[in-house]
Design a protein around this ligand. Structure first.
Ligand code: FAD
Length: 459
């Protein structure tokens, strides 16, 4: 077996892996990305292709180049919700417009940029195991079919949802989050479709509920190229994703005579970020650590930031020559006190949703004005209504939601708990020693949630 040695080995050349590798290479470290795909297939990943905009990304690659090459629609001004039981409604975006990207080209540019920063990329390299002696010291892989061992000071696990590395590392004695199971994942599938005529909603990302408590989306890459897809939570009975999407698209007039350019499916985590994603010599980033907004499935921004932060912290650890859990802990702190707290709070709504029938939730959503929904979810940035208007809409909503007041009340209680939870995450400990106390405080909020909603505990 050939043996190679690097400062950092990054497993996976997706968003998280490329940002990690570019960051570490710029710091002057010797980094290799191991990617199981071929170079031609690099960047081909199942995705809805919607992101908030360029500001989503750490400034360690040429973001203007990324934008020019892959942002095919930079004019997303609103989220449009199709309501099968009543009026459709819009939630306008505040600030920067959203974008839809050509995901393959985006992935290729990230790989190009990691390479330009000085990282090596080994394609056709499937990582099969880790090497460890109390800490992770590297990985073993098959490169072009031949066995290779890669030694490393730090291994960054950017291998995506259901990363194989986590089955291999011995986490005994560490605080790495192993409280993970399939029911905390979503299975999703998407097609890229070219229509004959331009669609009307090229300034909107469009959502539609499915009866399985998931959603179906149409995200316009351009006014004639649409990313259409759907997903279901794996704790629900499986849905025939391809058939459900096919039936839906056949019923939409704008997709008549459309051609399908690409099809792909994958799993994605719809859970709170891992409580800890570090172990000696080992860090997980992106989907591999649950860095996805669990209500929207948006994981690109979290993956980019996590990859960048992990590489910064790993670089410091390598400079100090120490790779313990404590040395890498700062990375957990950055994640949890940034997007981690928001994602953990959003997950409460998933848990609330899992305790109710889709029909009931749709009826409530139908009856509530969009502004109240936004308030309920604690989402920022929607223009506030005048007081009189607010009272009128509240009364109207109260009448329309008759029969569901108990559930609505629960919804408000969940939104309060979401606020409490964010405060707990603000106090995420800066060293591992306080971690168990912190977890106890967080779990106390979760216990209240399960009590209020009657939902099956998710963790
Ligand atoms: C259908 C779908 C729609 C989505 N829509 C959106 C959206 O609209 N907006 C958004 O922001 N997010 C979306 N997401 C989520 C987003 O795609 C992910 O969160 C994001 O790609 C995570 O990046 P990552 O780098 O962590 O993992 P990935 O992009 O999955 O990259 C992991 C890489 O690791 C490689 N790899 C895995 N195992 C090995 C191994 N053993 N050896 C070597 N290489 C390996 C893989 O080939 C892959 O290249 C969607 C996800 C799905 C499935």
């Amino acid at each position: 077996m050939t043996t190679e040695s690097r400062d950092i080995v990054v497993v996976g050349g997706g968003t998280a892996g490329c940002f990690a590798a570019a960051t570490a290479a710029q710091e002057g470290l010797d980094v290799v990305i191991l990617e199981r795909k071929s170079e031609d297939d690099g960047g081909h990943i199942a995705c809805g292709d919607a992101i908030k905009g360029k500001s989503t990304f750490p400034d360690v690659i040429d973001l203007d180049y990324l934008r020019e090459e892959s942002f095919t629609n930079e004019n997303i001004q609103r989220a449009h919700f199709i309501n099968p039981k009543g009026d459709n409604y819009d939630i306008p975006f505040q600030g920067e417009a959203g974008s839809v990207i050509d995901r393959k080209r985006y992935g290729e540019v990230l790989l190009e940029e990691a390479d330009r920063a000085g990282a090596e990329i080994h394609y056709n390299t499937v990582v099969t195991d880790v090497t460890q002696n109390g800490r992770v010291t590297g990985v073993t892989a098959k490169r072009e079919g031949s066995p290779v061992e890669y030694e490393a000071e730090v291994v960054i696990d950017a291998a995506g949802a259901l990363s194989i590395l986590q089955d291999k590392v011995d986490f005994e004695g560490t605080r790495y989050d192993t409280n993970v199971d399939y029911s905390q994942f979503c299975s999703a599938y998407r097609e890229v479709i070219e229509t004959d005529e331009p669609v009307e909603y090229d300034d909107a990302i469009v959502f539609k509920p499915t009866k399985e408590l998931g959603y179906l989306w149409y995200f316009p890459r351009t006014d004639r190229e649409i990313n259409a897809g759907l997903g279901f939570q794996m704790n629900k009975p499986p849905m025939e994703l391809v058939d459900v999407l096919k039936r839906d698209l056949e019923a939409q007039p704008e997709f008549e005579n459309a051609t399908v350019k690409d099809k792909l499916g994958a799993a994605l985590p719809t859970r709170r970020p891992y409580d800890s994603a570090v172990a000696p010599g080992f860090m997980s980033v992106g989907d591999a650590a649950g860095h996805v907004n669990p209500t929207t499935g948006g994981g690109i921004p979290g993956a980019a930031k996590a990859g960048h932060w992990a590489a910064e912290v790993a670089t410091d650890a390598i400079t100090e020559g120490a790779f313990s859990e404590s040395m890498l802990w700062e990375y957990n702190h950055r994640v949890q006190t940034d997007f981690g707290k928001r994602f953990a709070a959003m997950d409460l709504y998933n848990i609330f949703g899992s305790a109710h029938e889709v029909d009931e939730l749709t009826e409530i959503i139908t009856a509530l004005p969009a502004e109240m929904l936004v308030d309920l979810m604690g989402t920022k940035g929607v223009t506030s209504l005048g007081v009189v208007e607010k009272i009128k809409t509240t009364i109207r909503a109260a009448i329309d939601t008759r029969g569901h007041w108990g559930t609505l009340r629960e919804g408000y209680q969940v939104s309060q708990l979401a606020g409490d939870l964010q405060s707990v995450y603000d106090q995420y400990p800066s060293t591992p020693s306080e971690f168990e106390n912190w977890q106890a405080k967080r779990d106390a909020v979760m216990d209240q949630l399960y009590e209020i909603t009657g939902a099956e505990p998710k963790y």
